[in-house]
Structures are given as structure tokens and as C-alpha cells.
Design a protein around this ligand. Structure first.
Ligand SMILES: Cc1cc2nc3c(=O)[nH]c(=O)nc-3n(C[C@H](O)[C@H](O)[C@H](O)COP(=O)(O)OP(=O)(O)OC[C@H]3O[C@@H](n4cnc5c(N)ncnc54)[C@H](O)[C@@H]3O)c2cc1C
Length: 700
């Protein structure tokens, strides 16, 4: 993979800022683990300063009453109010130091991502509000805007005076951005753009922060010049509300979309523009501009590339979503594992069996614990590579094969965001079920983790649509490889395609489970699978083209069992390769447990591809399926002694985790009793009792 600097953990760091876990019922499993969980925590964070920053944020917010948890869900409007106030307060705390503002792009972005992760674990609505109201528009301004937009950048990102939003989706068009119908027509007389919504179907919607709070939006609209030419979607800074009164400006109809399944602290809104005027300078004009007289000038000949450049901005946001997903899965598995280690069922009266001892329970949960660790290592490595490349290109340092690297990054992000967000959603559901009835209570926090996370599979690119872009890139590389050309893979994710025939000729030969629990087996098998699916998808696509279908139709007819499966495999392969590279740099004392988790994730994922492995002739007979599944169960058994300490390393503080079932003291039943007894009105007669009883009839 791509070269980048690593943070090497040394045994010298003082980790006393990480609070010790209280002694209690979890000790029995904690004592059986083979490693120091604080060292693992540091290794998974990858940087001691970032880990310190997280704890500083968590401790600060724990002391602030504004961030106290509610035992009863507040009304939707109240959630929006509290979320906005919390965001304001976080800005006042200035967790983003002045130094950070002037720091290099990669340090600044990594720090922002860490702040976002820390806040996400506490209240996802706040971190999403912050991401779409501050970071996403600021990033877009930096990459699409010019000096004339610096003032706005200053007020949004640096001074935090302006809360913005990002308005792309329309009522009738979401995934298909090219057919959006909001227009920005240039008027040379007034030197203004006139923004207009032709009908309700073209109203912008789902825009986070728009419903109640933002003062500006970053709008994407079809740019039309006075000669009537439509130049495609372009970005504009559009004032929405008076910052002092929060009243919307005349010419706009703005509304809040109401209650959602989750993240109700965010005020998602819709907007209809009625011939609404903004200055010419509000066009983000780095890639294209309109002169005062109304002449369109662009460095791109193809308008769709402008949209591509604009949407490329979303890569950082999607990496942010993946990082947030890592925190959600870390919290979910922490709750379920601590519960599994303290909850006992069956056995006999004096010797009941903890759930964690059951193989079925291990198999249900440990794959997700492994995923949580592998995803963290993957993102630590991949984010560094990504930021390194962006930083070098921003400051004008030559990056070898820059445009190829950008395409490869886009391909990786476009399938990884689906893989991570879907896995975390499945994990949250499994963890909820693994905590039985108690897991269904609000105070377990698994319901909120799941429903707040759920939207990530849809926003910033619906998973099923987004991952199709990865398939385009992969098939292009496959064509190059087949015709003897040079595969464009500066990040090394598909260099193996140069020898695709050799990779595809490999056959399964293992006879013992130990041979499967290796990086060699896992990567060789993934390479075989990717080659097989590439061949299958390519043949299917070409056969549809041969029938006379257009490229679009042929692609649509090649999705099921082919294209979609291919991009999932490639996402898993990238996750494994980047995480293994990260793992190799970790301290020796942690490698045994990390390797077990790595192998479990790899084999647990491969188990879902057995059909293709047999279908394509990689193996015959029963041994592959038997050995693979035996290896998974063996790893589960070996990890039984480690997982409680692994989740200690993954977990935030108890305050942030906010789960009665997942507290680090492991005093499950005392904690449940406290929560029951302290619930408001728990022992009171219902206020509405008179309405439901049959009062005795008067004898008179
Ligand atoms: C909580 C939340 C916050 C959001 N915040 C913002 C925001 O701040 N700004 C903003 O602009 N937008 C925002 N969005 C909107 C979001 O980006 C869109 O919902 C998303 O892009 C999907 O578009 P859509 O809803 O129109 O779905 P559609 O595009 O209509 O898709 C519906 C379904 O059809 C499938 N589908 C579509 N096309 C194809 C195809 N070619 N082949 C196969 N299947 C297909 C999709 O996979 C999906 O399952 C937000 C959404 C949510 C839920």
C-alpha cells in the first residue's frame, strides 16, 4: 500500500489520563486476557495526542449540565434546541485550538475528525450538525471557492459565527444529481444570479440545519447564462436567514421536515426559491465562472466533470462517516460483550453459565468485535494516506500519479462507506438482540445507537448507488490488465491484477484450520474472488451490451450477484490490506490478539462468499466450508478470554457510553435497579387513573 509515516507506540507513554476500569464482576475475564488494554486503546487510536484530546472532550462535557443525559426522550423540537445549544457550547470550548487553524491540512483535518468522533459517541446529532454545518461547507469553500469566499470561510470555520448547510437533494431527485432542476440564472443588468424552484418536486430537501437554524446554505443549482445555455450543476453560497433574528429572507419558503427515525436533534429542512437574488460573487468559481457580462468561462470542457469535482469533496465527509461508524460499533459491542460476560442463563443454581461461554453467542458477537478493531486500523492507515495525498497536492508538492491516486481513493471510499455503515447497522441489531429484553430498553442505548446510525447507509450517497462507482473503476482496471496495459493503482489495492490469471489459477489446498488462520490464505482467497467476480461481471456486462443495451442499461442488468458482490469483496479486501499494514506496525505484545481479530474478521467475511468460491471452482468437496467454519469457531473460542479487554480498549467512558447494561463496573443488576428506581414517576399512580377505572355506581 501507499507509503506514509506511522506513529510508533513505545512502552514509555504515560497512559494515566485513561481512567482505570473499576474492579468487579468483569475481573474474571479481564484477568484472563493476554495484553494491556490501555496499550491496545492507544494502538487503536494511533496517536497519543488525539487520544488525550478525546478524553479532554469527554471529561469536559461530562461536567457540563447541558450535556447531561435524559432518561426520557425529549420532544423533537426540544432535541433540536438542545443540539443547537450543545453545538454552540462546543464552539465556545474551542476544542479546535488556534494552532490547529494554522496547522497543516492533514493535522488540522485529523484533529477535526477526532473532535467529531469524540462528540459523535456522545450525541450523534451534534456531530452531524457540526459536520454538515461547518466542516463540509468549509471544505467545499476551500476546494470550490476562491479568495472572494474567504470571508465566509472565516466566519463559518474559524469564528463559528455562521452555521451553514449543504443543499443538493431535491424532492424528486436524490441519487441522480444530474437531473436536479433548481436553476441559477445570471442577470447581467443587476450582476446577480436568480435562484428559482420551478415546482415542489424541485424543492431542495433533507438539508440538515436548514429547518430551523442555518443562516447560509451551499446550494447546487443548474447554472444558466443569459444566452439560455445550461452549464450544469454549480455551487453557490446562498443567505437564508438573518443571523440576528433567524427569520428567513423574503423570496424563500423554508420548512422543517419533522420527526425522523433517528438523529432528531438535526433540523432537516426543505426550501423553495421564488426568483431569489444573490450577488454574482456567490458562485463558487474555482473551476468555472461567469463574467459580469454573462459569459461562462471554465477550465473543464465537460460540465459533468465540474459536478464530479464538486462531489469529490464528499470523500472527506464519507471518511468522517466511516470514523463515526467505528465509534458506533465500538459502543454497541462494548455493551453486548459486557452484558454477555455478566449475564448468566442456564447451568445449575450454584453455577449458572455466563452468555459469553456459549459458542452461539460468541459466533453472533465476536465477528463484530473483530470488525470494530479491523475497521479502526483500516481507517487509521487509510485516512493518513488520504490526507497525505491531499496535503501534498494542496501545497503543490508533486505526487506521483496524482489523478490515478484520486480515482483509486474515490473507488475505495465509495465501497468502504457502504461496507462499514452496513456492517455497523447489522452489528447494532445483533448486539440489541444479544442483550435480550433488557437490550430493548432505552437505557441500554442500543436502540439509539442503531437508529441514529441508520441514516448513514443513505446520506452522502446511498450505499447501493455509491458502490456502483467502485465497479466502474475496477472493471476499467481489469480491462487494462487483460489487454496487457499498466494497472493504475498507486495505492496498490489492485496491483495484483497485473497477474490476474495467476491469482485466478490458485486452488484451495489446505488440510488444517491453522493454514486458514493466516494473512496468506485470506489475501490469496480474496484475490481469487475479486478476479472471479471481475470476470463474471465483465462477461455479464458485455453480454448485455451485445444485446444492444446502452451502457447504463447493461450496468443496471449486471448488478445483482455480480457488480454489487464485486464491490463488497473489494471493500473487504481493502479493509483487510490497509488494516494488516497498520497491524504490522503495532507493538509486539499486541500482535497476537490483533492477529486473531484480523483472521476472525477475514474468515467470518469469507464465510459469506462460499457460494462463489465453489461456483467458480476455487474448491471442491466439503473441506473448504468445513475448515473455514471450524477456524471461525476456534478463533471465537480463543478470543473468549480476550474480548472483555478488547472492548475496554474500544469503549469510550461510561458517561459517553450511556448504557446501564454496558457500564465498566459490570454490576449489571445493581445498575438496572438504580435505573428502574430512579426513572421519573416510577412508583406513582398513573395521573390518568380516573379515566380507566369503573367507579362504583351511586346507591342513591
Ligand atoms: C438523515 C438524512 C440527512 C440528509 N442530509 C442531507 C443534506 O444535508 N443535504 C442533502 O443535500 N441531502 C441530504 N440527505 C439526502 C440524501 O443524500 C439522499 O437521501 C440520498 O442521496 C439518496 O437519495 P434519495 O433519497 O433520493 O434516494 P433515491 O435516489 O430515490 O433512491 C431510493 C432507492 O433506490 C435505489 N436506487 C436509486 N437508483 C438506483 C439505480 N440506478 N440502481 C439501483 N438502485 C437504485 C437506491 O439504492 C435507494 O435504495 C439526507 C438524508 C437523510 C436520510
Amino acid at each position: 500500500m501507499y507509503m506514509c509515516e506511522y506513529y510508533f507506540c513505545s512502552s514509555m507513554e504515560d497512559l494515566s489520563f485513561v481512567p482505570d476500569v473499576p474492579s468487579g464482576p468483569l475481573d474474571v475475564y479481564r484477568k484472563s486476557s493476554t495484553f494491556d488494554w490501555k496499550r491496545l486503546k492507544l494502538a487503536l487510536e494511533g496517536d497519543i495526542d488525539l487520544l488525550k484530546l478525546k478524553y479532554k472532550i469527554w471529561h469536559t462535557l461530562e461536567k457540563d449540565p447541558l450535556f447531561a443525559h435524559n432518561t426520557v426522550t425529549p420532544s423533537v423540537e426540544e432535541q433540536k434546541r438542545i443540539t443547537q445549544l450543545q453545538l454552540k457550547k462546543i464552539n465556545e470550548y474551542k476544542f479546535h485550538t488556534k494552532d490547529m487553524v494554522n496547522a497543516s491540512y492533514s493535522i488540522r483535518t485529523r484533529t477535526i475528525m477526532t473532535i467529531n468522533e469524540a462528540i459523535q459517541s456522545l450525541n450523534p446529532s451534534v456531530s452531524v450538525k457540526m459536520a454538515i454545518g461547518i466542516y463540509l461547507p468549509s471544505n467545499a469553500l476551500l476546494s470550490l471557492g476562491t479568495e472572494r469566499h474567504l470571508k465566509f470561510y472565516q466566519s463559518t470555520f474559524v469564528n463559528r459565527e455562521t452555521l451553514a448547510s449543504f443543499a443538493l437533494t431535491e424532492i424528486a431527485h436524490g441519487s441522480d444529481a444530474r437531473l436536479m432542476r433548481t436553476t441559477a440564472t445570471y442577470d447581467p443588468q443587476q450582476k446577480q444570479f436568480v435562484i428559482h424552484t420551478p415546482d415542489f418536486e424541485a424543492a431542495k430537501c433533507w438539508v440538515g440545519n436548514l429547518g430551523r437554524t442555518c443562516t447560509h446554505t451551499l446550494l447546487f443549482a443548474q447554472l444558466i447564462t443569459p444566452d439560455g445555455t445550461n452549464h450544469g450543476l454549480h455551487g453557490f453560497v446562498v443567505p437564508i436567514r438573518n443571523p440576528e433574528t433567524l427569520e428567513t429572507y423574503p423570496g424563500l419558503i423554508v420548512g422543517d421536515m419533522g420527526e425522523k427515525i433517528g438523529v432528531n436533534g438535526i433540523d432537516n429542512g426543505f426550501i423553495i426559491f421564488n426568483q431569489y437574488r444573490i450577488p454574482r460573487e456567490n458562485l463558487l468559481n474555482r473551476t468555472a465562472d461567469v463574467t459580469e457580462d454573462g459569459v461562462y468561462e471554465s477550465s473543464f470542457s465537460d460540465p459533468s466533470r465540474i459536478l464530479g469535482a464538486a462531489l469529490e469533496n464528499l470523500s472527506a465527509g464519507r471518511i468522517g462517516i466511516m470514523q463515526e461508524s467505528c465509534h458506533s460499533i465500538a459502543s454497541a459491542v462494548t455493551i453486548a460483550i459486557r452484558y454477555a460476560a455478566t449475564r448468566k442463563q442456564f447451568g445449575n443454581k450454584d453455577n449458572e453459565i455466563p452468555l459469553i461461554e456459549y459458542q452461539l453467542h460468541q459466533w453472533r458477537l465476536f465477528g463484530y468485535v473483530a470488525a470494530a478493531v479491523v475497521f479502526k486500523m483500516y481507517l487509521e492507515n487509510f485516512t493518513r494516506v488520504y490526507l497525505n495525498i491531499v496535503e501534498k497536492s494542496n501545497v503543490g508538492i508533486k505526487v506521483d500519479s496524482l489523478s490515478e491516486a484520486v480515482s483509486e481513493i474515490h473507488a475505495i471510499v465509495s465501497c468502504s462507506k457502504p461496507l462499514l455503515s452496513w456492517t455497523v447497522l447489522a452489528a447494532a441489531q445483533q448486539c440489541r438482540e444479544a442483550c435480550g429484553g433488557h437490550g430493548y430498553l432505552k437505557f441500554a442505548n442500543l436502540g439509539d445507537i442503531r437508529s441514529n446510525h441508520e441514516a448513514t447507509v443513505t446520506y452522502e450517497g446511498d450505499n447501493n448507488v455509491l458502490s456502483q462507482q467502485t465497479g466502474n473503476w475496477l472493471l476499467r482496471q481489469f480491462h487494462i490488465a487483460r489487454t496487457g496495459g499498466s494497472v493504475d493503482s498507486p495505492l496498490n489495492s489492485v496491483t495484483f491484477l497485473k497477474n490476474w490469471e495467476r491469482c485466478f489459477a490458485v486452488r484451495f489446498k489446505c488440510t488444517k484450520t491453522e493454514e486458514l488462520k493466516t494473512i496468506e490464505f485470506i489475501t490469496t482467497t480474496y484475490k481469487w474472488l475479486i478476479c472471479y467476480l471481475l470476470k463474471q461481471t465483465d462477461e455479464k456486462y458485455e453480454s448485455e451490451i451485445a444485446k444492444g443495451l446502452s451502457k447504463f442499461e447493461a450496468r443496471a442488468r449486471s448488478q445483482v450477484y455480480k457488480w454489487r458482490q464485486l464491490t463488497k469483496l473489494y471493500a473487504e479486501y481493502c479493509t483487510l490490506m490497509f488494516s494488516y499494514e497498520c497491524l504490522e506496525k503495532k507493538e509486539e505484545s499486541l500482535k497476537p490478539v490483533l492477529l486473531k481479530l484480523f483472521c476472525l474478521y477475514g474468515l467470518w467475511s469469507l464465510d459469506q462468499h462460499l457460494v462463489e468460491l465453489y461456483q467458480g471452482g476455487y474448491a471442491h468437496g466439503e473441506s473448504l466450508a468445513r475448515l473455514l467454519r471450524e477456524a471461525v469457531l476456534e478463533l471465537c473460542g480463543e478470543l473468549k478470554h480476550e474480548v472483555v479487554s478488547v472492548v475496554d480498549a474500544l469503549a469510550p467512558t461510561d458517561f459517553v457510553l450511556n448504557s446501564v447494561l454496558g457500564k465498566s463496573d459490570g454490576n449489571l443488576y445493581q445498575n438496572i435497579q438504580k435505573a428502574f428506581f430512579n426513572h421519573p414517576g416510577v412508583f406513582e399512580r398513573a395521573a390518568w387513573w380516573r379515566e380507566v377505572v369503573n367507579l362504583p355506581h351511586s346507591k342513591l
